[in-house]
Design a protein around this ligand. Structure first.
Ligand code: GZL
Length: 326
């Protein structure tokens, strides 16, 4: 028993457990009590991601769900390993935020064969197989891109611009938010002949990469740049000091459009250094817990759950923006 328990304890040491850990006995007790949910989180790359994790943990307590959460530190292989551990531990439901869309068929087939339902949180997967997942809970990233493009058209109208040169700093290549934010923005400006995208460059949703990308874009295009369209606040916040170091005033010399809507970016919007922030709420925990509880009870669930999201910009009184909570 000790050896088994030691294994169990060692096995669980990689997880942050939100119930008092007493090894396997707790699992047996939980068979009749609350739901055991295994969640693989991408990492801690942004205020958005940290806020998402915090909300999921808080909601698991609110709903009495036993949460096993593992941080993959931006590596798909860590997410795949975590899902395999959840399967081995026989959790009731698995949830994860896939860092990229491809490469999940094998591990999700293993979950399906084990009879464990899977919920996609935040991001989607790309697969030809049927029924590997039950529900996607996350933003409509395409619409976020459309809202960013529609803001730019209004801004160009208000400034009387006859041509608009855009540089795009994208999120993680092949991730759902990157693909759809790029597509929505491109479609929104497609019929506006003033708009030209000079270059799109991968910033991987990271602040450091946002700064590197901005340095390259300024060196390459210098004063040609009219607009920066950045797929998340972290990269935007990394880019701003580079713009100022080049002697340009962000929000004035260059229009800055960002996505996420974290407090730090909203504070910079209030300073006038960012012109538009499209909201992408990280607060998905309530919908996740409610969906997981329904699945454990054998109830039908919606295949897609999109939160309602808004646009914050210099078209409004930024002082009216409520505290963001992330
Ligand atoms: C969007 C989420 C993205 C955020 C980034 O739902 O996947 O990942 O926009 C985060 O800040 O890194």
């Amino acid at each position: 028993m000790r050896k088994t328990l030691a294994f169990a304890m060692g096995f669980l040491s990689a997880f942050f457990i939100t119930f008092p850990m007493t090894g396997c006995q707790k699992k047996q007790e939980n068979n009749d009590e609350g739901l055991l949910l295994g969640f693989s989180q991408i990492g801690s790359e942004s205020a958005w991601r940290i806020g998402n994790t915090k909300d999921i943990e808080e909601q698991s307590v609110n709903y009495g769900v036993n949460l096993m959460i593992e941080n993959a530190n931006q590596k798909q292989e860590n997410q795949i390993a975590a899902i395999r551990r959840f399967i081995a531990y026989k959790v009731d439901v698995i949830a994860f935020s896939p860092i990229v869309e491809d490469g999940w068929d094998n591990v999700l087939t293993e979950a399906k064969d084990a009879g464990i339902p899977v919920i996609l949180v935040d991001r989607d997967i790309s697969t030809d197989k049927e029924d590997l997942t039950t529900c996607l809970i996350g933003a409509d990233f395409y619409n976020e891109g459309v809202m960013a493009g529609e803001y730019l058209i209004r801004k160009a109208d208000s400034l009387g611009l006859d041509h608009v040169n855009i540089v795009e700093i994208t999120g993680t290549e092949n991730s759902t938010p990157m693909r759809q934010r790029q597509a929505g923005f491109a479609d929104a400006i497609a019929n506006d002949e003033r708009m030209t995208v000079l270059e799109s460059i991968d910033g991987d949703f990271l602040k450091s990469r946002g700064a590197e990308c901005m340095r390259y874009l300024l060196d390459t295009y210098k004063d040609e740049i009219d607009v920066i369209y950045s797929h998340n606040d972290e990269m935007t916040l990394g880019a701003l000091p580079e713009i100022e170091s080049a002697g340009l005033v962000p929000g004035k010399d260059i229009i800055i459009i960002s996505i996420d809507g974290g407090q730090e970016a909203i504070d910079v919007l209030k300073e006038g250094k960012i012109n538009c922030v499209v909201e992408c709420t990280p607060k998905l925990g309530r919908e996740l817990m409610e969906t997981a509880i329904k699945l454990k009870a054998g109830e039908e669930v919606d295949s897609v759950i999109h939160p309602i999201e808004q646009v914050f910009s210099d078209e409004m009184n930024p002082e009216d923006i409520a505290p963001r909570g992330y």
